[in-house]
Write a protein that binds this ligand. Structure first.
Ligand code: DQA
Length: 149
């Protein structure tokens, strides 16, 4: 088990997954995603911190906390992806892998979703794989951490 947890951070409205536009985001709830992440993290020997906030400032504070305490960040910044220089700047202070995840393929959707501030500082981006994208991200984190040992 790695000592430092991987922080999995989720942005606004992701608490409504399962009820929210299921034709786009699917029927899986955030609790389902958390359970799947916890099961895989255990298999991979990763400690996990899984959180969701509707507040930009809280996400920035958690990224600052992760900066000191985490081994990597997996983040679905939701709508803040497209607007938040503050989240991008906070992530830029982190010197470990950052994986950006989107349930939907943002590049197939409205033009305002095509630009991501977070992609400027993410090592990798996974979009369009639904909830499975979180698991792909954790597998990639495990691969990167094993490589850096
Ligand atoms: C999202 C895509 C964003 O454009 C949107 O604002 C979300 C969810 C996704 O996971 O597909 O809230 O990040």
């Amino acid at each position: 088990m790695s000592e430092r947890p991987v922080f999995v951070l989720n942005g606004p409205n992701l608490n409504l997954l399962g009820k929210r536009e299921p034709e786009i985001y699917g029927h899986t709830t955030l609790a389902d995603i958390e359970a799947a992440c916890r099961a895989l993290a255990q298999e991979l020997g990763l400690a996990l911190e899984f959180r969701q906030s509707n507040s930009e400032g809280e996400l920035v504070s958690w990224i600052q906390e992760a900066r000191e305490a985490a081994s990597a960040i997996v983040i679905n910044p939701a709508a803040y992806t497209h607007t938040s220089i503050a989240i991008m700047d906070a992530l830029a202070t982190c010197s470990f892998p950052i994986i950006e995840v989107h349930l939907s393929n943002i590049h197939r959707r409205e033009p305002f979703r095509h630009h991501s501030y977070v992609s400027k500082v993410a090592q990798a981006v996974i979009a369009g794989c639904g909830a499975h994208g979180y698991l792909l991200a954790l597998r990639h984190v495990a691969y990167l951490l094993a490589q850096s040992r």
